[in-house]
Design a protein around this ligand. Structure first.
Ligand code: HEM
Length: 526
């Protein structure tokens, strides 16, 4: 007799079959993955050592979200200067010694100069076209050439005047308004960078170019945060349209892309319209390039310039803010260093004029203070990761193609065998010798063909601020409601660029004439 299935029997059959086959597929997939892991384990070539690596997840759960450089430094003590980590099958090589960083990232720079591929930030928001995220190739070289040429050691003196006035304005603003330390620092640095990138003068905290630049900069930090965006782990998700409910990253990426495009093109377009009207505007990255081409750039050249320029804005902003906040924190916590630095300025420059960036060669202790800031609290404690272009061998160890290369800058600069009592702020450790100071900046400003192209310019800006603050004011702690001085603890945010938290201070003029001479100096200048 034929048995005829009723609709409900058919449904139940299919559902049981479905459940069975889902379980079978699930169990088979797990088995296949486990077998793959075992085969890979047996076939693996000797890789650098590292902490125990779980199947599939690797070390994902062992890497802390906050201050990972501290964990990396601990691991370096156990596993040595080159540590291998695995996060969901992505190889990560943490370099903990400056010698090894030089051996790999400088001597073998042609294969160590790519950047990791970021789907959320790079592909979806569009940051992949920026200088900082470009892989090594023609476009990167072209953009770096534009930036490096503008900020070579022989070109940066043309910016000294701007840097000095910006430092003087900064000091004046904090004397008058110490509670606005962080926001004023941001505004003043953004003003310097906008000026030298586009020739544009920021009008104040509501200036539309300033607001857009800061928004794009903040969202860059968010979009590049590791481990946050599902699409960075499952790249196929990038094809999901932004309007599909539940995929907030796609919607966010679309919004961010618009902000980023506006922040990149609006100040450039302003420069394009104005560079010819005012010869002073040519003292800027975009102005100089436009002037050299008589305003006639191809659309490809314009795109490259825009992407280089907006990287300069982002690259030069947070790093500088972080460095100056760390400097102020050091002055609050190590007042004896402050006194010694002021004594040097008084002896060399005297008190009858404001300091200049060109005083730098005659102020070795101030140079040492600046260097010690870079070492004590490096603004970029894990550098900006590089990526390995092809398989490599080092000391008999296999380094696989595509590995993310992370220099543990913080670890290198806190190595107690090189920097005893590394947590102390001690400019004397360099003995006033530039050769010793260069060992720090060679690490803090990155490596090989990706090393910071803004280094010479940054040195001028940071020096101008440090020397102007110390020449004119005492950096003193803020007081609480009971009149007690608040000495901030050393506590850093997390991220690619880190900031010391809760830095609060007052600038107390060192004489009755300070404000007057600062006002006199900035008064006549734009
Ligand atoms: C205290 C200030 C600064 C510090 C500590 C700093 C540090 C760094 C570091 C560590 C890198 C990554 C290097 C690498 O990948 O190995 C970098 C890249 C970069 N920096 Fe700076 N920087 C500073 C200021 C500046 C300034 C003022 C500018 C612009 C005028 C600038 C422009 C750039 C650019 C464009 C890149 C990307 C280079 C590339 O990807 O090839 N930086 N910086």
């Amino acid at each position: 007799m034929h048995s005829v299935l009723t609709a409900s029997e058919a449904l139940s059959f299919w559902s049981r079959w479905g459940q069975n086959s889902i379980s079978t597929i699930f169990i088979s997939s797990i088995l296949i993955l486990l077998i793959r892991e075992v085969v890979l384990y047996i076939m693996r070539r000797p890789m650098p050592p590292g902490p125990f690596c779980w199947p599939i997840l690797g070390n994902a759960l062992q890497i802390p979200q906050h201050h990972p450089w501290l964990k990396f430094t601990e691991w370096a003590k156990i596993y040595g200067p080159l540590v291998h980590l695995d996060v969901l099958r992505q190889h990560i090589l943490v370099i903990n010694s400056s010698q090894m960083a030089r051996d790999l990232m400088e001597k073998r720079s042609p294969i160590y100069s790519d950047r990791p591929h970021l789907v959320m930030a790079g592909d979806l928001v569009g940051y992949k076209d920026l200088l900082v995220l470009q892989s090594y190739g023609h476009e990167l070289r072209y953009q770096r050439k534009l930036v490096s040429h503008n900020f070579t050691s022989s070109n940066v003196p043309r910016y000294y005047g701007l840097q000095e006035v910006a430092a003087q304005r900064f000091v004046l603003s904090i004397i008058d308004n110490p509670v606005l330390l962080e926001s004023h620092t941001k505004l003043h640095f953004a003003s310097i960078i906008m000026r030298v990138t586009y020739g544009y003068i920021v009008k104040g905290p509501d200036d539309p170019f300033f607001v857009a630049g800061i928004a794009a900069d903040n969202q860059f930090s968010e979009a590049t945060r590791p481990g946050v965006w599902p699409v960075d782990f499952v790249p196929l998700l990038k094809y999901i349209p932004y309007w599909v409910p539940g995929f907030t990253f796609a919607k966010k990426a679309r919004e961010w892309r618009q902000v980023f495009q506006h922040a990149s093109w609006a100040p450039y377009n302003w420069c394009k319209e104005n560079w010819a009207n005012d010869s002073k505007r040519t003292i800027s990255l975009c102005g100089s390039v436009l002037a050299a081409a008589d305003g006639d750039l191809s659309s490809a050249q314009e795109r490259s310039l825009v992407n280089a320029a907006v990287t300069v804005f982002g690259g030069g902003l947070d790093t500088n803010i972080s460095t100056i906040l760390s400097f102020l924190l050091a002055m609050l916590r190590f007042p004896e260093v402050q006194k010694k630095a002021q004594a040097e300025i008084d002896a060399v420059i005297g008190t009858n004029r404001l300091p200049r960036v060109s005083d730098r060669p005659s102020l070795p202790y101030i140079r040492s203070v600046v260097t010690e800031v870079y070492r004590w609290l490096p603004a970029v404690p894990l550098g900006i990761p590089h990526s390995l272009r092809q398989d490599d061998l080092y000391d008999g160890l296999f380094l696989p193609k595509g590995s993310v290369i992370m220099p543990n800058v913080w670890g290198m600069l806190h190595d107690p065998t090189i920097y005893p009592e590394a947590h102390e702020f001690r400019p004397e450790r360099y003995g006033g010798l530039d050769a010793e100071m260069t060992k720090v900046t060679d690490i803090a400003f990155g490596f090989g063909r990706r090393a910071c192209p803004g280094y010479h310019f940054a040195e001028g800006t940071i020096f101008a601020i440090v020397v102007t603050v110390l020449a004119t004011c005492d950096v003193v702690p803020a007081v609480d409601e009971y009149g007690q001085e608040i000495i901030p603890e050393v506590s850093l945010t997390s991220g690619t660029v880190v900031f010391p938290e809760n830095v609060k201070c007052t600038f107390r003029p060192r004489s009755g004439r300070v404000k007057e001479s600062l006002l006199e100096s900035v008064g006549s200048k734009e």
